[in-house]
Write a protein that binds this ligand. Structure first.
Ligand SMILES: [Zn+2]
Length: 412
């Protein structure tokens, strides 16, 4: 292995982030690049052009994932890096895009310093991660992993009623060939992403090595009491569903606050019936979104939450029903891959700390199948999914250099 370190410059990162950041930019600020729309297509073409200029073999698969491949000299197995090219509505320039751009700059640096790899090295711009247009979460990664059911392209529709299949056809993709996107040659996946929180910034760490991607549990809680006159019913005779639900959300919040970070809970969707100013609420439903990167903790907190809600309902003579609506297990990242990233950071003199990811990422799809690592770079003030998303070009370059050295350890 050659001794010179692959280094990415801040200038190169600035150039790439600025150019891709203009694709899909809205007049009032913020990006919109939804899967298979015009900006999405333009962004893919731009990345494909850069891949070609870097000397990579460029290809688009049946799902619309764009690849740049640097063939290995010995083995047919592939070390894959990249992230998603789609954005949320009025998102920023970094979420997803930075994993593609740092991957490109890292491979450029590797070609300069180390030449041809032993294993094939491939960069991917994944077509979809955010579910912004279709409820097709992780569509790009799922296509590559053979996890798209045959009827999915025909059954999913966007807000205008357009099926995923016809959106694919419009950009020249054939939905019936989606199965051909499956890959069996990937032996490692590395994704760089912005942190989307402020742990790295607050602790002055230059990169985060993701230990696990959080798991989540969603519940719908339905609290039932009795509608009564707001003036004539004394407080002690009420069965007020809202008072019960309010006490429940407070208890749940206190419990998770006591557990401490990275446990988080959100009660974000509420419905109060009958919803009159002068009527004691009869029925309240609210959502609970509970997250933690360890299954055992998630399980324990979920049990405590159920117990609190039932206890509060009983004390207030209310009925409560708690339904599980979604369950995503935590995705631990590969330990030996985490060590490689740590060594790569040390080689570059970049400070690193382990960190759980509170947000979902493509890596959680890959982790159960191939050794997977995630590198986080700091997000200024922890902002993301908004136009204010920002990571300095210097920090992007540091992340890209660590990514390059990690890929060198895997592919050379
Ligand atoms: Zn993302």
């Amino acid at each position: 292995m050659p001794n010179s370190l692959p280094e990415v410059t801040a200038h190169r990162m600035d150039e790439l982030v600025t150019a891709l950041g203009e694709v899909g930019e809205q007049p009032g600020g913020g990006l919109i690049r939804f899967m298979y729309d015009d900006a999405w297509r333009t962004a893919g073409e731009l990345v494909a052009r850069w891949m070609g200029e870097a000397g990579l073999q460029v290809r688009t698969d049946a799902a619309g994932n764009v690849f740049g491949r640097l063939p290995g000299s010995e083995s047919q197995s592939t070390v894959l890096t990249g992230s998603h090219i789609d954005t949320v509505r009025l998102g920023g320039r970094y979420d997803g895009a930075l994993g593609i751009l740092t991957g490109l700059a890292a491979i450029e640096a590797l070609i300069r310093t180390c030449g041809r790899p032993r294993k094939s090295l491939e960069l991917v711009a994944l077509c979809e991660e955010e579910s912004s247009r279709f409820a097709a979460n992780f569509f790009g990664s799922r296509a590559m992993l053979g996890m798209i059911s045959a009827d999915e392209p025909e059954s999913l529709r966007d807000a205008d009623g357009v099926t995923l299949a016809s959106a694919m056809t419009r950009v020249g993709l054939d939905p019936t060939t989606i199965g051909s996107a499956r890959r069996n040659d990937v032996e490692a996946f590395v994704e760089l992403h912005i942190e989307q929180g402020r742990v790295l910034q607050d602790e002055g760490s230059q990169i985060g090595i993701v230990s696990a991607i959080t798991g989540l549990r969603w519940f719908d809680v339905a609290v039932s009491g009795r509608a009564d006159h707001a003036g004539a019913t004394p407080m002690n005779l009420r069965r007020d569903a809202m008072q019960g639900a309010a006490e429940m959300t407070q208890a749940v919040t206190t419990l998770v606050e006591a557990e401490g970070w990275p446990a988080v809970v959100t009660c974000g969707a509420w419905q109060v019936l009958p919803g009159g100013v002068n009527i004691v609420p009869e029925r309240v439903t609210f959502s609970i979104d509970l997250r933690h990167p360890q299954e055992s903790t998630l399980e324990r907190l979920a049990g405590l939450i159920r117990r609190e809600c039932v206890w509060i309902a009983t004390r207030r003579a209310l009925a409560v029903g708690i339904n599980d609506t979604k369950c995503v297990p935590p995705a631990p990242m590969d330990e030996s891959m985490q060590k490689l990233v740590k060594q790569a950071a040390e080689e570059h003199g970049v400070s690193a700390r382990p960190i759980p990811s509170g947000a979902g990422h493509d890596s959680q799809m890959w982790a159960p199948h191939v050794p997977t690592a995630m590198i986080f770079v700091p997000s200024v003030d922890g902002r993301s999914h908004c136009p204010e998303e920002y990571t300095s070009a210097e920090e992007c370059a540091m992340g890209a250099s660590v990514l390059a050295s990690t890929l060198r350890k895997l592919a050379y």
